[in-house]
Design a protein around this ligand. Sequence first.
Ligand code: PLP
Length: 366
Amino acid sequence: MKKVDRKILLNPGPATTSDTVKNAMVVEDICPREADFGSLIESIKNDLVKIVHGEEDYLATLFTASGTGGLEAAITSAVPVGKKLLVVENGAYGTRMVKLAETFGIEVVRYELKYGDYPDVKVIEKLLADDEDISHLAVVHHETTTGMLNPIQEICDLAHKYDTEVIVDCMSSYAGIPIDIRKWKAEYIISSSNKCIQGMAGLVFVIFRASLLPKLQGQKRSFYFNIYNQYVGFEKTGQMQFTPPVQVCYALRQAIDEYFIEGEQGRWTRYKENWDILVNGLQELGLTFLLPYEQQSKILLAIVEPKQAGYDFDQMHDYLYERGFTIYPGKGAKAATFRLSVLGDLYAEDIRAFLNELKNYFNTIS
Ligand SMILES: Cc1ncc(COP(=O)(O)O)c(C=O)c1O
């Protein structure tokens, strides 16, 4: 097994991966039209659904793309011509879905909040009640802009009361925070291979309610990101329609195996423990956070930029990067922040080592 230097990525994906996931990409060359490769994809799709307990009623389809490609597939495949999409927009990823829908001429009803404000379900209810043309609601589960966990169960329940289908961006929560899609009853959830599932970047997946297939058949907005064509194409031929990132698929297979070994609760516990160590250590350094405790995802923290003289995010980044730790800037939150995430193949000793270097950085400027 090839060993490479271990880097601690505290950006919210692409994540730190295990050596076994990295090495899973070193495989014999294979044409992705071979049956062996088709079996690999089939097993991946089935397990992706299993991770959110959707075996009874849900299906998965894969696209070669970053996460946004999956959002594009869900939004352009789901919303019928002439209908509207309600977007809960309390972070940059909510705004991304607005822009995405508008690019395709889909009319959007925006529930705009400051990045870091908690959505009020009463406002969502009013928006749904006031506009019968809203057929779909899109919301981010874990808003990676701020580290906020949005109230998906309540939002799904409300949307369904108004016969509205729900598209949940689970990019940075899927396989980290336990999700039971049978409870949410969301129609579509989307995530990518390079976040909490701890694989490599290059694949995105949409998990959708099986009974929607006939409805999806007529949707023709996108050629490449078309859920119906992609799903049915694979069912008919055992092959993906377009060239998959072959080695990334092997890495995802390995990452899924490692997920099941660690277990849903095991992974969540490890992330929460890492997060607790991080929070405590940052507090000891006198840092404060954008969000109140109860709104936090326990996966990513938006930290208010310190006022300390001599503090400079870029210098702090470079200091830490040279020592093997990658940190992440803020993204338009209501206060100036930088971000740290514990998603990935990270352990308590990694977080402690990071805190130690961060302390050293602050000592250099004080
Ligand atoms: C909540 C959320 N949505 C969507 C994305 C998709 O981004 P990308 O297309 O760069 O993978 C991300 C990536 O960080 C994300 O965190």
